[in-house]
Ligand binder design. Structure first.
Ligand code: ATP
Ligand code: LTN
Length: 335
């Protein structure tokens, strides 16, 4: 038996719908890197999901490549983890269709991301946006994933995935592993710097989002401008959304607890604190940005990783899909 067969399986993805943010990094990517040694990891670029919102084709293509370079620069090691583009494996779309027939309208109606995205893209409330979580369920269930490292905004989709899988298993027989989410204590939900009651997101325009490729100056400027309160004390407390968010960021990056941060900045103002947060974030990103530039010059290397990753992933995906096709009763004329 190969070592991998005994390891738990991890699967996750990020939409290549723009430049990745500090939220994507602290909520997801950084944790993907941490679990690579322990688990058999599959990390995809969720390009099928990305087209639920209008994309400029040339930009989407470029963002797919750039996001792959960011994965590698952040420390995803292709010798340990399998990297691939979702659209290169037809089984994702195929299983999604089957699972659509096991997902209830009432369940999909409750998804907060759908409600949020429909209000932000009122001119394009398409069917893909609605069935988005079912495609995500297909991504996860195809690989019989045990664990799914995501930010807390995705936990509702994960709960739906578990419900669909359980329903299918009960209707037929044990087919899918029931996955669990993997979130961290700090960093699971980074808020926008300009409106700390909203999630920081790739698609936000303005200075509320820190992008992983922002220069040190830009990072420091954005954090200096971050919305806070007039209390003036660096402490974690209900209602202090801006400061709580900066403390979470600082804690996630430095590993310091909230108590340690409070005593470090006791008697100091928000200005000093913001500068420290800005420097810590910029320093963490700087290392990765250097690596990113290096990978961006090596197209052949990245393409090769994505091709090899898809070969490995599709073998497993096809195995689950054919099991599902058999269980639902599709006739196979080759057998
Ligand atoms: P978009 O704005 O294009 O909808 P997004 O920035 O919300 O995108 P996704 O591709 O939807 O990013 O998310 C990828 C991963 O990053 C998911 O695991 C998600 O939970 C995590 N994530 C996204 N934003 C944050 C955030 N602000 N804090 C923590 N984790 C986040
Ligand atoms: N919907 C996720 C991206 C995503 C994903 C997945 C995450 C697509 N497929 C499978 C984990 C597992 C998001 O973050 N918006």
């Amino acid at each position: 038996m190969e070592m991998n067969e005994t390891k738990k399986v991890v699967l996750s993805g990020i939409q290549p719908s723009g430049t990745l943010t500090l939220g994507n990094y602290l909520g997801a990517l950084r944790n993907w890197v941490k679990v690579q040694d322990e688990y058999d990891c599959y990390y995809m670029l969720a390009d099928l999901h990305a087209i639920t919102v209008r994309q400029v084709p040339a930009e989407l293509r470029q963002n797919c490549f750039k996001t792959a370079a960011i994965y590698l620069a952040a420390g995803i090691d292709p010798a340990k983890s399998t990297l691939f583009l979702q659209s290169t494996i037809p089984a994702h779309s195929q299983l999604a269709w089957v699972l659509d027939c096991y997902a209830m309208m009432g369940e999909l109606n409750r998804m907060t991301q759908f409600k949020d995205k429909s209000s932000r893209h009122a001119d394009n409330i398409n069917g893909g946006l609605y069935t988005y979580p079912v495609l995500m369920a297909a991504d996860i269930l195809l690989y019989q994933a045990d664990l799914v490292p995501v930010g807390s905004d995705q936990l509702q989709h994960l709960e739906l995935t578990r419900d669909i899988a359980t329903r299918f298993n009960h209707a037929y027989s044990e087919t899918f592993k029931i996955p669990k989410g993997l979130t961290t204590q700090t960093g699971a939900r980074i808020m926008s710097l300009s409106d700390p009651t909203k999630k920081m997101s790739k698609s936000e325009v303005g200075d509320g989002t820190i992008f992983m490729l922002d220069s040190k100056d830009v990072v420091i400027r954005k954090i200096r401008k971050a919305v806070t309160d007039s209390d003036g004390e660096v402490r974690y407390a209900e209602g202090k959304h801006g400061i709580n968010n900066l403390m979470s960021i600082y804690s996630a990056v430095t590993g310091k607890t909230f108590e340690e941060i409070e005593s470090e900045f006791a008697g100091k103002g928000y200005g000093d604190f913001k500068l420290a947060v800005g420097e810590a974030v910029a320093d963490e990103l700087a290392v990765l940005q250097g690596e990113y530039q290096r990978y961006m010059t090596d197209k052949a290397y990245i393409n090769d990783i994505l091709i090899k990753g898809a070969e490995k992933a599709s073998y497993i995906a096809r195995k689950t899909l054919s099991k599902v096709y058999r269980k639902v009763g599709f006739y196979d004329p080759t057998k």
